[in-house]
Design a protein around this ligand. Structure first.
Ligand code: ATP
Ligand code: MG
Length: 286
């Protein structure tokens, strides 16, 4: 009997969080790096299904970095990163779009379907959602990498109003209709701001922001904007964590309620963060 009472307690602990977030938009960036296997993907999808069923409005933005690199390799193309961003020539763009909009996006839609949820997989091209211009890194042209200028939220409103879960691949269009690869963190951040999300969660493949990338005990549980900028300057925050942190900074400055970086490799880290008072991962504050 006691075990049952414990279960009931766990459920009731979620009540204030359900009340707080009901009807609110939560943007989840699901990093390609954390999509290591099907079981894990299913567990993340189940967390999102639960969020949806208790009244939250989840929007998923996914990455696919590892998968793109894998397929680049399969067709003997070189992969190069500058400041955590993929250098994207025309061929890389073609592969990135096939992998993101095709393979990764639809596999998530499919998992949602298997859990009885109506999801619609789109990219930032659909409904002219993500408008970009070429992004320069330290003045350098790194190809078809987009800097988001504007998010047109129309298509997202339509989907949410019709009870669909939007699943978004980070591809955008410039004013001429050229395709651009957009860092998925940038896309999630811009969408969260444009949709006035209550929460933005980055699910990635580390515990959160670490002072020493090789030591999980150095996890920073709460970080503010100036400290984050300092850690980028010092090179402690590097690689793919740079665009992620920059997006966290933009999001808190754009009044997104709460911004978190979580370990997507841990079963149900999303549920724990949203519905319990266990502070896991790194939270960004102003
Ligand atoms: N200080 C730091 N703390 C934690 N991780 C760091 C730090 N500096 C660099 N990193 C790197 O950032 C990586 C996370 O970013 P990455 O872009 O690889 O994943 P993602 O954004 O989740 O996936 P995707 O790019 O496919 O969407 C970590 O795996 C880690 O190697
Ligand atoms: Mg990344």
């Amino acid at each position: 009997m006691e075990a049952f009472i414990e279960k009931a307690k766990t459920l009731i602990e979620a009540l204030p969080y359900i009340q707080r977030f009901a009807g609110k938009i939560v943007v989840i960036k699901y990093g390609g790096s954390a999509m290591i296997d099907e079981d894990l993907k299913l567990s993340v999808i189940k967390d999102i299904v639960l969020m949806k069923l208790v009244g939250l409005k989840p929007i998923i933005v996914h990455g696919g970095g590892k998968e793109i690199s894998y397929w680049m390799d399969r067709v003997n193309l070189q992969t190069q990163f500058i400041e955590g961003l993929r250098v994207t020539d025309a061929e890389t763009m073609e592969i990135a779009e096939m992998i993101l909009s095709g393979k990764v996006n639809k596999s998530l839609v499919q998992l949602m379907f298997q859990q009885g949820m109506k999801a619609v997989g789109i990219s930032g091209k659909d409904g002219a959602m993500i408008n970009v211009e070429k992004k320069l890194v330290n003045g350098k042209d790194i190809g078809f990498v987009g800097n988001i200028k504007h998010v047109n939220t129309e298509v997202l409103e339509v989907l949410l109003n019709s009870d669909f879960i939007p699943i978004i691949a980070p591809i955008g269009l410039d004013e001429k209709g050229q395709s651009y690869n957009v860092n998925a963190d940038d896309a999630a951040g811009a969408i969260a701001s444009a949709m006035k999300a209550e929460k933005l969660v980055f699910l990635t493949d580390v515990e959160g922001v670490l002072l020493d990338p090789y030591d999980q005990r150095t996890l920073i549980t709460e970080i503010n904007v100036s400290k984050a900028e300092e850690l980028i300057q010092d090179g402690i925050i590097a690689g793919g964590m740079i665009p992620k942190i920059k997006c966290c900074i933009d999001a808190v400055n754009n009044n997104v309620g709460q911004v978190h970086i979580l370990d997507g490799r841990v079963d149900h880290s999303l549920l724990l963060e949203v519905f319990t008072n266990s502070g896991i991962g790194t939270m960004m504050v102003k």
